[in-house]
Design a protein around this ligand. Structure first.
Ligand SMILES: C[S@@+](CC[C@H](N)C(=O)[O-])C[C@H]1O[C@@H](n2cnc3c(N)ncnc32)[C@H](O)[C@@H]1O
Length: 198
C-alpha cells in the first residue's frame, strides 16, 4: 500500500486530501486571525497556497520549502506572491512590513532550532502590534486515542505538547494567547493555536 504521507508531497494529492479533511478552516480564520481588509499577510509554510482563498482582500505572500508546492501555488494564484525557501534561509525582505504572519501546520515539521528561526523571522517581519498565528496538532492528556494516533502519524516529526510549543514561542514573543481546539477537523483531532503579538 502506498504511504499516504509520501504521496501528499504531490500538490494535487495534498489539495484533495486537504479538501476532504481540512475541516473548518474558515472558523479558524474568523476567530483567530481576523485579518482586516488590505492587510499584509505572510504565510510561512504555505504549501500549494491552501489558505489563499480564505484571504480575499489582503496583500498575500506565501513562503514554502517545496518547489512543487510553490509552482502549483503560483499557477493557481497569480495575484499572490510566492517565495520558495526554507524558513531558516529566508531573509526578511522588508522588516516590520506585515500585519499578520501565518504558520499553519509547519511548526511541528521543524526541530527546536529551526522553529526558533521561524518565530524570529515572523517577529522581524511584523509591524508593532502585528500578529503571528500558528496552528499545529498537539499532544494532550485528555484527547481521544484516535486523535492521538493520527497526530502521532503526522508527516511532521516534531509534534509537541502545549508547553513544548509555548517554550519556543516565548523565547521570542512575550504576548502569547494559546488555545486548544477539538472542533476544527471533521474527525477527532486536537489543534493548538498560538496568537503571538509583537
Ligand atoms: C502540513 S503542510 C501545511 C501547508 C499549508 N500551510 C496548509 O495549511 O495547507 C506543511 C508545509 O510546511 C512546509 N515546510 C516544511 N518545512 C519547512 C521549512 N523548513 N521551511 C519552509 N517550509 C517548510 C512543507 O513544504 C509544507 O508545505
Amino acid at each position: 500500500m502506498p504511504d499516504i504521507r509520501a504521496i501528499l508531497s504531490l500538490p494535487s494529492v495534498y489539495r484533495a486530501f486537504w479538501n476532504l479533511t481540512g475541516g473548518r478552516f474558515k472558523i479558524f480564520v474568523q476567530q483567530h486571525v481576523r485579518p482586516r481588509p488590505g492587510a499584509r499577510v505572510l504565510d510561512i509554510g504555505c504549501g500549494p497556497g491552501t489558505a489563499v482563498p480564505y484571504f480575499p482582500n489582503v496583500e498575500y505572500v506565501g513562503l514554502d520549502a517545496s518547489p512543487d508546492y510553490i509552482e502549483s501555488a503560483r499557477r493557481r494564484f497569480p495575484q499572490a506572491t510566492f517565495v520558495c525557501s526554507r524558513v531558516s534561509h529566508y531573509t526578511v525582505p522588508k522588516q516590520s512590513y506585515f500585519d499578520v504572519v501565518l504558520a499553519i501546520g509547519i511548526v511541528h515539521h521543524l526541530d527546536d532550532v529551526e522553529a526558533r528561526q521561524l518565530f524570529e523571522a515572523a517577529y522581524e517581519s511584523l509591524k508593532p502590534n502585528g500578529k503571528l498565528v500558528t496552528l499545529d496538532g498537539v499532544l494532550t492528556k485528555d484527547q481521544s486515542h484516535f486523535a492521538r494516533y493520527l497526530i502521532g502519524r503526522d508527516r511532521g516529526g516534531y509534534v509537541r505538547d502545549q508547553e513544548g510549543y509555548i517554550r519556543i514561542a516565548s523565547g521570542i514573543f512575550s504576548h502569547i494567547t494559546p488555545t486548544v481546539r477539538q472542533d476544527l477537523a471533521r474527525f477527532p483531532y486536537t489543534h493548538f493555536i498560538m496568537e503571538c503579538v509583537r
